[in-house]
Design a binder for this molecule. Structure first.
Ligand SMILES: *[C@@H]1O[C@H](CO)[C@@H](O)[C@H](O)[C@H]1NC(C)=O
Ligand SMILES: *[C@@H]1O[C@H](CO)[C@@H](O)[C@H](O)[C@H]1NC(C)=O
Ligand SMILES: *[C@@H]1O[C@H](CO)[C@@H](O)[C@H](O)[C@H]1NC(C)=O
Ligand SMILES: *[C@@H]1O[C@H](CO)[C@@H](O)[C@H](O)[C@H]1NC(C)=O
Length: 395
């Protein structure tokens, strides 16, 4: 329990700066420089995918930059997958950790969707849940909206007075064993996921991670703020409109609950969220599966894969990070992993040497459990939402 003295200090501490400077620009032919490819099964959300290392993901054309300079991250939709085996996919994690006082932008013209498909753009701190987790973009199957979620240790909640456009579906961000749902906000603006997003030319998410709170914006192409649209070297979120999701520090001391964050982009299949029988039925139709009959897997993942996988890809214009501090990297000092300034990362625009394909030190540490709990978040949210009448149009 925090004392009120701590709260007072936090409230009167260093104010968040208005403008943030570009420190990382993942775009164009150098997009994949600075990301580590997680290699191995999705061992965290029970998803039916096998994440490829960079060499194999590149050789199989699951991660590349297209002729328009956009990064493509996709699911393998051409291999034959025998029953009981998994489909190849991609999960990338930034080598760098970005401290409190950072703004993340994610601009996509296409996001993966379709039955069994579960994409996400999210961030995680070390030693989950101590380091916290921010889910900026996450949705499954034929949902029609994005949902945004925080996960932290107990004590972080969303203030009821938070000014936001979205709809709160859970206000306790706690990721503890008995309360793992996190605090989720559902987007209420149109076309934030699926075919609606893709046919609308996509859009941009902005996430501000600072001492005054965590705030997520979503803009379609007609609505992007001038400083974001201009592609300049700084952004000033005080000039942006009301965010889609807001977790002000009044009820979640960001410095206490969030450590420097790595960015993650991944696509998994089925598992604890997309494949959860009730959620799957509500968002893909068909009969209700159960713990022994995984309809999501059988109907989509195996054999040649569902034709819907033609849509299971990200098409990304850029990921950018703005900050007033130097990005950090995990290094080993005296036998323990510590975060230190990433001196090779001094240039935002890609002069840093390309990272090797293997996961960097500490690169995968918190992600596993984090994602697992994120899943339970989704479940709890859906349990609450479905009853409220999610309108599912049968395919
Ligand atoms: C774009 O976003 C604005 C603001 O939310 C909204 O009013 C408008 O309907 C959106 N347009 C489309 C085509 O989604
Ligand atoms: C998978 O696709 C191949 C090539 O189109 C086809 O010959 C085969 O019959 C398909 N298998 C199944 C189980 O659908
Ligand atoms: C696989 O997906 C791509 C888009 O990424 C699509 O163009 C292609 O037709 C799909 N192939 C099959 C066999 O579904
Ligand atoms: C998942 O696999 C990675 C890589 O092998 C490993 O570091 C991590 O501890 C595993 N996580 C879980 C929850 O088993």
């Amino acid at each position: 329990m925090r004392s009120s003295a701590v709260l007072l200090l936090a409230a009167s501490g260093t104010p968040a700066l208005a403008a943030y400077n570009l420190v990382k620009d993942f775009s164009g032919t150098g997009f994949f420089n600075g990301w580590d490819f997680f290699n191995g099964f999705d061992n965290t959300t029970n998803g039916h995918v096998n994440y490829l290392d960079q060499a194999n993901a590149t050789a199989d054309h699951l991660a590349f930059v297209n002729g328009n300079g956009q990064a493509i991250i996709k699911l393998d939709n051409t291999s034959f997958v025998p029953f009981n085996q998994k489909r190849n996919s991609v999960k990338i994690i930034t080598h760098d950790f970005f401290p409190i006082g950072s703004v993340f932008l994610f601009d996509a013209t296409h996001v993966p969707f379709g039955c069994s498909v579960w994409p996400s753009f999210w961030t995680m701190g070390q030693n989950w849940p101590q380091g916290g987790e921010i889910d900026v973009f996450e949705a499954v199957n034929h949902m029609t909206f994005d949902q945004m979620t925080l996960h932290a240790i107990g004590g972080c909640t969303q203030a009821p007075s938070a000014m936001q456009l979205g709809k709160t579906a859970g206000s306790d961000c706690s990721a503890g064993a008995n309360s793992s749902q996190g605090c989720t906000v559902q987007e209420t603006q149109p076309n934030s996921f699926g075919d609606g997003f893709n046919s609308n030319g996509g859009g941009v998410w902005g996430a501000k991670f600072d001492t005054d709170g965590i705030f997520i914006w979503f803009w379609n192409r007609s609505n992007i703020p001038a400083d974001v649209a201009s592609g300049g070297n700084s952004v000033d979120p005080t000039t942006w409109q009301t965010p889609s999701a807001a977790w002000p520090s009044s009820t979640c001391d960001i410095s206490q609950f969030f450590a420097p964050q790595q960015l993650v982009i991944d696509i998994t299949l089925c598992g604890d969220f997309a494949g959860q029988p009730t959620i799957y039925q509500q968002t893909c139709g068909g009969p209700l599966g159960n713990s022994t009959v995984d309809i999501c897997y059988i109907d989509n993942v195996i054999n040649n894969g569902t034709a819907e996988y033609a849509n299971a890809f990200f098409e990304i214009n850029y990921v950018k990070v703005f900050s007033n501090t130097t990005p950090l990297e995990a290094t080993t000092a005296s036998g323990s992993v510590v975060l230190a300034p990433d001196t090779a990362s001094a240039s935002a625009t890609g002069t840093a040497p390309a990272q090797s394909g293997s996961a960097g030190a500490g690169g995968n540490t918190g992600g596993s459990n984090g994602a697992q709990t994120a899943v339970r978040a989704g479940l709890a949210v859906w349990a609450a939402t479905l009853g409220a009448g999610f309108a599912w149009a049968m395919l």
